[in-house]
Each structure stands twice: as structure tokens, then as C-alpha cells.
Design a protein around this ligand. Structure first.
Ligand code: ADP
Ligand code: ZN
Length: 938
């Protein structure tokens, strides 16, 4: 796991896409982060003005004119109990009796005041002013302009089109990177998509719970100041403390709310009033007002100043009792800091030691819990909860997908295939599991070529910078079932682009213009998909020959419509709007019948042949399909496992000559079915785990599956007469006699077991695959094909229709020898274009045609003559071997040679019947294919 992680990280760091995205997004995060921070925290600015002012606890005090203070001091007013000086800002705080009687004098002559205070013997303190710092006006507005500019830039940066790089914008780059990371994470963990999302959801939910619970335990906001406390006007701690030490008698009662460091104080005010009234020159009377105004300042009652809270806080609770004593209520709240807590405790102790009536109120709790949570935590909880819900939704949808895809579910990304439109081949639409090059095997050259294309598509800019072309169209050609669709799909998987599969025949419409508009629609669809994925979309056109075949050939009726369709395709591919967004992959079995316009440079300029796999290739494909299946019990050592795999691959690849990739896939599936059927009864009652542990596919299962795929299913239901079977035995031994007598490829298997493909079979061939053939070998093949019927005729004395396939193939091969390979005396090295039946294409003139006919006929006739001779000469061996075959039904190569050489004889003498029906589904040999391997079928 750790190794994988390291490999993953280093791979990620090396990836230029990742690095580029990382760079973009770091930049973006810096911009966006700075912007967000600066817009929220206005404090941070380039230029600030700092002002000195009184500390915050004095800020709300009622202002008093300097002259009034001076007068009060000169009058030795009892209301002034102390002074606090702020020299540098020429301010004085006047401490009066009672909380409301403190005043703030700005701009006073400090020296005079100090002298007066000295004369009055007042307690005096000198404090330093506080600082207030504000952004300078000019720069505040400048800053907001910069911020707006930054925001616009961010938007442009994110969403500006990126035509040059085939990515619609940086946002898409980021989105792709993000989904890429998620995908890689899923891959890394090796989990199913649904499980991964489930796990992610659980992690997020756990995080939410954690934040929530820590918040509950640490939440100071959860406890609130009781409402009756809030209703009263606020006093500062310094005021309360000073008053308590100076006039404890004024306190009539105190209520504590210790959880929030708050106290509610009821204070008698009458003694003050008396004192004020007693004062000979009460400055409060300066404007003729009585001092029992509700909350007048101690000195200048007329200058009632309620501060910024005027009108907001309910009126001060101050009641005048009958004896002229009035009460006020004040709330003091100590800050929730270490020093604040200590000061609060000291205050509580002081109140208790003074013997003032006091009580504790029960704690009050906020009803809206969520509102009290620390703001960033609240944001986290919301984000995490939303992400968890998203994961839940993704997990559920992935689970449904998994169910749909069954065991095929791969690493999670879906290839988006054409979703609408009748032109999409019904078999191909819908979401399919992702394929990669790892799923394709046995065609290394084609895979290499595809990898090169993928490389180009990843960074087209590099190629464009050098003026090198980036592909628009690719042609895959080769035998069916060899992985053309698979490779196309894998290319989409490797680039991360979308995949739309269409059948070429879907574009061939009855009405003129309908096909062209279908082409336009597909391209439009592909372009939309490309925009969505930010990668080029692969438009896969299967059976491309239906669309791209040579113009003016064959069906003339629809030719106008057909040309329009083809032209539209080429226009769309060349078109300005395409610009590398849509890559057309055309698949065809035959390259030679395609129109030149299609093959011209700049269109489908990449042609990739996908050949039938050779022996090594077959072995690799077998390995691909066997990798998730068990070949030996789980407890075997790794070495045993490896050896088993090697021997199985060796055997299978040898016996599966001429198989395509699709055949091999089918073989493995059939082998699995055979193995499952073998275990059906014993496994019925086992638990699933046990079943999986025992699900071992044996080499014999694979062998049986290969037989099944190559020769068809054994037909047990249809019984044949002994005569029929005897005739078949003679026929097959006739085939076998030729390569044996003429030292051709050794016979490997002969059977007269009837399957749904044939009545009987003779298989011969060497261990190795062959690519070149010479004339002698061709002739041997023709002779082998002809020998079946010849033996029937000359030994059994009958001839049947069943051998017609042998003749067809013999004649085809003879015609190909003449027309394609230049192996006749009549024509020499002159070649004639042949179609798939070996007949000349187009007009070749009577003389040439005659020559051609004579040439191939002579080859067949000569062969036939020789074959008859050989059969007559070896009549005894043929009859003897046929007897054994009749009895044993299947002969291996070795057994056949044993019998043929006379070591064994059969007991039964055979009589030959007259009817042998034989039908063989043989591979059609296409002209242009150098490999004309004929398996030596019946
Ligand atoms: P084509 O398009 O050439 O007719 P496909 O790509 O449809 O053939 O192949 C059919 C199936 O056969 C594929 O889906 C795949 O499962 C299997 N197959 C064919 N060729 C290969 C290969 N080279 N490697 C692995 N699987 C293959
Ligand atoms: Zn035959």
C-alpha cells in the first residue's frame, strides 16, 4: 500500500498536466484567498492612520466641558472622587460617585487640572492612551477597486476559453484534475467506487460529529447572559470595583451569573443626591436643573448623554422611593479571559466579604444551539455535511452502476457514449465500463501505434508548435473480432475522452441528405461531449466500408445520397469547428475497398492494422482473460501458480490457431461455464466464500472449450447411420493421407464426431504460426482439400454433396495463386484484382479472363489427378485407418500415425454408404491477406 502510494505520488508529480494544474490553482488560490481575506478583514491595508484615544472602557463616558470640571474642582465638589489623566491627548476621566457619574473631558489643560486635584487631595492616576488604527480613506476606496479588479481577473482567469490547448477553460482543467485525483484515489485504494464513496461519507460524517461534540464541550456562546441582566444598562468593571471599595453601602443587592462572568447590581443613589444637594455650589445646578434628573451626569446633569446606545437599551431602572432614595440597576460583564475570570472571582469575594445581599442565578442556555457555534466550525459542519450527502448520492449511484455492470465494473469512470439518436448502434450505446490498453493484448504493433496517437492527443500543443499534424481520423482495419472496437475504447479510456460508437450503416439512409444530417448530429454530440470532458471525443464508426467504400461502385441508386454523406463526414473532420475536438476512428475489415478520398493525406492519415494474434499474442490474450480466474487452488505456492499458468498458456496458444481475440474471450467464458457445470452438484449448498475458493478452471476445461469454439458443439441428439459415419471416416482419412504421404504439416486431430459446425474434421498443422507460403505448400493444401472427396469416390464408390466446401476452397486457393501470387505459367507474375470469392473485380477482358480460367483450372485438375493416384496407391492404409477412426471416433495425431504405419488394425470391416452431407464453416480467405492459412478442415 505504501509503495503504491509513493509510486502514485511520484507519478502524479511527474505528470505535466498535474503540475500545470497545480500551478494554476496555487495562483488562483492565492488570488482568491487574498481577495477574500482582504475584503473581510478591512484592517489590513497598505496605508493606515493611527490615532490615540482613551481606552475603550472610558469611551462611552458622558462628555463634560473642561470648564465645568474646573469649576467643580474649584468648588471642591464631593461628586468628583478621582481623576485619570491622559497627558498626550489632553484628556481627563472624571471618576464620580456612582456608575453613571463618570465623565470624560477632552481637550483640557492638564497642568491646571493636576494642580487643582492636588489642592483637593483627590486620588489621581496617569494612564497611557489607547491606539486606534484605521485604513486611510483614499486607500480604502482604492483598495476596493483593486479587489473588484482582482475578482474580474479571477473570473477571466478561470473561465476564459483556452482554444489553444483543447481545454475549454482553466475551470475545466481544475475540474478534470479534481476528478482525476478522485479517480486515482479510488484506483489506489483498490476499492469499488460505491465502497469508496461510502467510506468517504463515513469519514466526513465522523468529522462532523467530532466538530459538533468538541463544540458542545467548548462552547462558551452556548451559555448566555440572563435576559434580566441584559435589560439593565452596562457598567464597566473598573467602575464597579472602585465603587465597591469606596462606597460599599450603596450596594443594595447583587446577583451573580458566574458561568458568564456577569453580575447584576442594584445600587442606591440617595446618598449621592444628598451629597450633591449639600454641596454649596453644585455645578449640576448651573443651568437651573435639579440634580434628580434620571441619569444626569454628576456634574453637568443638563448634558444628558446616553452614548451611542441611547434609545436602544431599555431605560435605566431607577426608582425613587418615598424617602427620596432612588435605585439604579447596572450589569457588569467581565471578559472571558484568565485575568477577567480572576477579576470576576475577586469581585464576587469582595461583595461577599462586604456582607452585601447576593445570590446566584441559575445559568441560562441559548435556545438556538447552532447559532452559538463558533463561526468557522459552523461553516465546516455545513460543508462536510453537504460533502457527505454528495458522497452518499455518488455511492448509491455507483452501487446501482456496479449492479448493472456486474463484475465488469472497473475503476469507476464511465465512458459516456452517445445518448440519443437512432443513428447510434443499439448494441453500442449506453454507459460502458472503461477500457485501457491493459485490456488489449496480442497486437503489440497496433497498441504501440495507438499509444503514439494518445501521446499526441495529450499534448497536441507540443506537436503543433513544431508544425507536426495532430490526428483527426484513424482507420483500424483487420479481421473481425480482433479488437478494433476494444482498442478504440481503450484509447478513449487512456486519454479520458468520451466515446461514441456508431455503425457506418446507420449513416446510409434512403433519402438524400438524411445521412449527412445524421453525420452532423453525431459530430455535434461529440463536440458537446468534448466540451464536457475537456478532452477530444472518439467517434467510432464501425463497419466503415458501408460509408467509405469506393464511390460509383455497386448500388447506383443511392449514390448521390451516399456521396453527400461521405462528403459531410470529410467536411466535418476537416472543418474549422472540429479543431482536434473529435477524433474519428473508422473500423473496417477491408482497407482495399475504401474510397481514395477517405484515405487521402490529412484525413484518415493513420492506418492501423489489427491482425489476428500470433501464438505469442494469443498467449497474452488468454492471460488477459485468465487473470481474474483461478487455475489452481488458492493454497498453491506462487511458483506452482506461475508454472500452471505458463503450461496452460502454452497449450492454449498452440491449440487455438487462427483464433481471434473475440474467440479467445469466448473460449475462456466457455471454459468457465464447463468448469461451473462440473461443480454444479457439489457446490449447491456451499457458502459463497467457499464456492469462490473452489472455483478452479482446469486445463482440460480450457481444452474442451477450445474444441467447442473451433469445431462447434457436439450434436448428440442427431444420430447418423453407420454408413454415413463410415463414409465420413473414409473422407477424413483421405484428407489426412495427403500431408502424411507428401510430408506436409503433421496431422494433429481427426474426428467424425458431428458438431453443429461439421460432420467430421481433419486438423493438421505445425506448432508454429506461418506467414509465408510457397507454391509447393499451396498445392499441398489444394490436394489435401480435394482428397476427401476423392477417397470417398474411389474407395467408397460414392460421391456426395457434402464435400462442396472442400472444392470451393480448393478452387479459391487456386484462383488466388494465379491472380494474386503470380504462381501460374499462363499469367506469370501478372496479377488480377480479386474479390473475396477469388473472382476478378471489374472488367479484365476476355483474353485475360480465359487465360485466368485455364490457369487455375489446370492447377486444380493436376492436383486432382495426383490425389487420385495417391489414394489408389494407398487404398489399404486408408481403409485400415478409416476402420479405426470409425470405431474410436477421434484420433489424435500420434494415434493416427500409429495406425497408418500399420502397427494397429481394426476388427470391423466397413462398408461404405452413399450419403455424406458435410458442411464446414471455414474461414474466408480475403485477398490482400498474405496469410492464407488453411487448417485442413474436412
Ligand atoms: P472488432 O471491432 O475488431 O470486430 P471487437 O473489438 O469488438 O472486435 O472485439 C470483440 C471482443 O473480443 C472484445 O470486446 C474483446 O473482449 C475481445 N477481444 C478482441 N481482441 C482482443 C484483444 N486483442 N485483446 C483482448 N481482447 C480482445
Ligand atoms: Zn472434407
Amino acid at each position: 500500500m505504501f509503495k503504491r502510494l509513493v509510486a502514485f505520488m511520484s507519478g502524479l508529480c511527474k505528470s505535466p498536466v498535474f503540475r500545470r494544474s497545480l500551478k494554476h490553482f496555487t495562483l488562483l488560490a492565492i488570488f482568491a484567498g487574498t481577495f477574500a481575506y482582504l475584503s473581510v478583514n478591512n484592517d489590513y491595508n497598505f496605508v493606515r492612520t493611527t490615532t490615540l484615544e482613551v481606552p475603550s472602557q472610558y469611551k462611552a463616558l458622558k462628555p463634560l466641558a473642561a470648564v465645568d470640571l474646573e469649576q467643580a474642582l474649584r468648588a471642591k465638589s464631593k461628586d468628583v472622587e478621582g481623576l485619570v489623566f491622559f497627558k498626550s491627548i489632553k484628556s481627563v476621566v472624571v471618576l464620580g460617585r456612582g456608575f453613571d457619574r463618570d465623565n470624560l473631558v477632552l481637550e483640557a489643560d492638564i497642568d491646571i487640572m493636576q494642580d487643582l486635584a492636588k489642592a483637593n487631595q483627590l486620588p489621581v492616576k496617569i494612564e497611557n492612551p489607547g491606539q486606534r488604527s484605521e485604513p486611510a480613506q483614499l486607500f480604502t476606496s482604492l483598495w476596493s477597486m483593486i479587489a473588484i479588479g482582482l475578482f474580474i481577473w479571477t473570473c477571466v482567469f478561470l473561465f476564459q476559453g483556452r482554444k489553444k490547448e483543447d481545454v475549454s477553460n482553466r475551470f475545466m482543467v481544475g475540474w478534470n484534475a479534481y476528478t482525476g485525483v478522485i479517480r486515482s484515489m479510488i484506483k489506489l485504494t483498490g476499492m469499488r467506487r460505491s465502497r469508496f464513496y461510502g467510506a468517504a461519507m463515513l469519514v466526513l460524517a465522523a468529522a462532523v460529529t467530532l466538530i459538533f461534540t468538541t463544540e458542545v464541550f467548548n462552547n462558551h456562546n452556548l451559555l448566555i447572559v440572563p435576559s434580566e441582566f441584559v435589560a439593565a444598562e452596562k457598567a464597566q468593571p473598573y467602575q464597579v470595583e472602585r465603587h465597591l471599595s469606596a462606597h460599599p453601602d450603596d450596594f443594595s443587592r447583587v446577583a451573580f451569573a458566574p458561568t458568564v462572568n456577569a453580575a447584576y447590581i442594584v445600587l442606591k443613589t440617595s446618598p449621592i443626591k444628598k451629597a450633591v444637594e449639600a454641596a454649596p455650589a453644585a455645578p449640576a445646578d448651573s443651568e437651573g436643573q435639579t440634580s434628580d434628573s434620571v441619569d444626569g451626569g454628576a456634574i453637568a446633569a443638563s448634558q444628558v448623554y446616553r452614548g451611542p446606545h441611547a434609545g436602544m437599551v431599555p431605560a435605566v431602572v431607577e426608582k425613587k422611593s418615598t424617602d427620596g432614595v432612588s435605585s439604579i440597576a447596572r450589569t457588569v460583564i467581565y471578559p472571558n479571559t484568565t485575568s477577567g475570570n480572576k477579576a470576576y472571582r475577586d469581585f464576587v469575594d469582595a461583595v461577599r466579604t462586604q456582607g452585601i445581599e447576593n445570590k446566584e442565578v441559575p445559568r441560562a442556555v441559548a435556545t438556538d444551539f447552532f447559532e452559538t457555534i463558533y463561526f468557522p466550525a459552523r461553516v465546516l459542519i455545513v460543508i462536510f455535511t453537504m460533502a457527505a450527502l454528495l458522497c452518499l448520492a455518488l455511492g448509491v449511484s455507483a452501487l446501482l452502476d456496479d449492479k448493472k455492470e456486474g463484475e465488469e465494473g472497473k475503476d469507476g469512470r464511465l465512458v459516456i457514449a452517445g445518448a440519443s439518436g437512432e443513428a447510434v448502434n443499439a448494441g453500442e450505446i449506453g454507459e460502458q465500463s472503461l477500457k485501457t490498453f491493459a485490456d488489449v493484448a496480442g497486437c503489440d504493433e497496433a497498441i504501440e501505434a495507438c499509444k503514439l496517437v494518445v501521446k499526441k492527443l495529450r499534448f497536441p500543443m507540443i506537436y503543433k508548435a513544431f508544425g507536426a499534424p495532430v490526428p483527426k481520423g484513424i482507420i483500424f482495419y483487420g479481421a473481425p473480432g480482433c479488437g478494433k472496437t476494444l482498442l478504440a475504447r481503450a484509447m478513449a479510456g487512456e486519454t479520458g475522452g468520451g466515446f461514441i460508437a456508431v455503425s457506418g450503416s446507420a449513416f446510409v439512409k434512403l433519402y438524400v441528405g438524411a445521412g449527412a444530417s445524421a453525420v452532423r448530429e453525431r459530430f455535434q454530440e461529440a463536440r458537446v461531449l468534448a466540451k464536457k470532458t475537456g478532452k477530444p471525443t472518439f467517434l467510432f464508426i464501425d463497419e466503415f466500408d458501408a460509408l467509405g467504400k469506393k464511390r460509383g461502385q455497386g448500388d447506383s441508386g443511392g449514390s448521390q445520397e451516399y456521396e453527400q454523406t461521405l462528403n459531410e463526414l470529410l467536411v466535418q473532420m476537416d472543418g474549422f469547428a472540429n479543431d482536434g475536438k473529435v477524433i474519428v476512428i473508422a473500423a473496417t475489415n477491408r482497407l482495399d475497398i475504401l474510397d481514395e478520398a477517405v484515405l487521402r493525406a490529412g484525413r484518415f492519415d493513420i492506418k492501423i492494422e489489427i491482425k489476428k494474434p500470433d501464438r505469442k499474442g494469443r498467449s497474452e490474450i488468454f492471460q488477459v482473460y485468465l487473470r481474474n480466474r483461478q487455475l489452481i487452488s488458492r493454497d498453491a505456492t506462487p511458483k506452482q501458480k506461475l508454472l500452471t499458468l505458463q503450461s496452460v498458456l502454452n497449450e492454449c496458444s498452440q491449440r487455438s490457431r487462427d483464433f481471434s481475440g473475440a474467440d479467445i474471450e469466448l473460449t475462456v467464458k466457455e471454459a468457465s461455464t464447463i468448469a461451473a457445470e462440473r461443480h454444479y452438484e457439489e457446490m449447491k449448498d456451499l457458502p459463497e466464500e467457499e464456492m469462490k475458493a473452489r472455483a478452479v478452471i482446469l486445463p482440460s476445461d480450457l481444452q474442451a472449450a477450445i474444441d467447442l469454439v473451433s469445431y462447434g458443439r457436439t450434436l448428440k441428439s442427431r444420430t447418423r447411420s453407420a454408413e454415413e459415419r463410415k463414409a465420413t471416416a473414409i473422407h477424413e482419412i483421405g484428407h489426412a493421407a495427403i500431408p502424411t504421404l507428401l510430408k506436409g504439416d503433421p496431422v494433429t486431430r481427426i474426428t467424425i464426431v458431428m458438431t453443429d459446425k461439421s460432420l467430421g474434421l481433419m486438423e493438421s498443422g505445425s506448432d508454429e504460426d506461418r506467414y509465408g507460403w510457397d507454391k509447393k505448400e499451396f498445392l499441398l493444401k489444394i490436394k489435401t482439400m480435394l482428397a476427401g472427396r476423392a477417397a470417398e469416390e474411389r474407395i467408397g464408390g460414392s460421391c456426395s454433396t457434402g464435400a462442396s466446401n472442400d472444392f470451393e476452397r480448393a478452387s479459391l486457393l487456386a484462383r488466388q495463386m494465379v491472380g494474386m501470387f503470380g504462381m501460374s505459367e499462363e499469367l506469370g507474375v501478372r496479377t488480377i484484382p480479386l474479390d473475396r470469392n477469388g473472382l476478378p473485380v471489374g472488367q479484365i477482358g476476355n483474353t485475360l479472363m480465359d487465360l485466368f480460367t485455364v490457369a487455375w483450372s489446370r492447377i486444380v485438375d493436376d492436383c486432382q489427378k495426383e490425389v487420385c493416384q495417391l489414394i489408389d496407391d494407398n487404398r489399404e492404409a486408408i481403409v485400415r485407418t478409416a476402420d479405426v477412426l470409425f470405431e474410436e471416433e477421434v484420433l489424435s495425431g500420434d494415434r493416427f500415425r500409429e495406425v497408418w504405419s500399420g502397427k494397429v488394425t481394426a476388427k470391423v470391416d466397413i462398408e461404405i454408404g452413399d450419403e455424406v452431407a458435410e458442411q464446414v464453416v471455414a474461414p474466408v480467405v480475403a485477398p490482400g491477406v498474405a496469410l492464407v492459412e488453411v487448417k485442413g478442415h474436412a
